[in-house]
Design a protein around this ligand. Sequence first.
Ligand code: KIV
Length: 274
Amino acid sequence: MSAYNDNTAIRRVTTHQLQEMKNRGEKISMLTAYDYSMARILDSAGLDVLLVGDSASNVIAGHETTLPITLDQMIYHASAVVRAARRALIVVDIPFGSYQGNSSEALRSSIRIMKESGAHAVKVEGGAEIKESVQRILSAGVPVMGHLGLMPQSIYKYGTYTVRAREEAEAEKLEKDAKLLEEIGCFAIVLEKIPAELAQKVAGSLQIPIIGIGAGNGVDGQVLVTHDMLGINNDFQPRFLRKYADLYSTMNNAFVEYIKDVKSGDFPNDKECY
Ligand code: KIV
């Protein structure tokens, strides 16, 4: 099933529409995309937002963390997604090391992403610590999505991928950071792997949309890593992940069949030749 066909006049989802969706209580759907073929399927299915996540570092490049992916690599992934998606709003993670240092670098990185990929917004991890960078990016007219809770770019500070903000002090800082990001002009915030009650409180007290991953159902939308929800990574099973397919098995079976047919000489047959 497709949300549109080739002749449909399509209106691009905007940050303004996401705000309207929150206002009328319609949940926002968001998944990650890193390449043209997958982005086409995601977009035609009707996803509201495609996130070119720095999780590409894990699921595409096979790194243990999101830290190694570069700005050039993020732009490469983002431009492939932009070429595919006609409807979804496309948000791109600014990678580790390309915005935390100083606000001029943050501005330069976000302008490169917008100019060279054609994406519509950027996402950054952090609160008060990156306030100046966020303000500088916003001052150039680039929409910014925040990201709080478990922030994978800070994994070596935490040491683990367990649930964040269970302790009162961390929960209070998260609430303050979320408020700050809204005040300075972010259009939405991702909350990753925090208690559902806290996420609901933040979503209820802020005007802007709050998108959760492992943050319960009391928020304004949900995001997952596409390869995880499709069951392509069969060794990643966190509690928050709902698997909508078992593509690891489906693809593995297809490859095994192909090998069998090639080895036996069954492929190609007469109809598959010129
Ligand atoms: O990089 C990513 O995929 C993300 C999501 C987990 C929100 O930031």
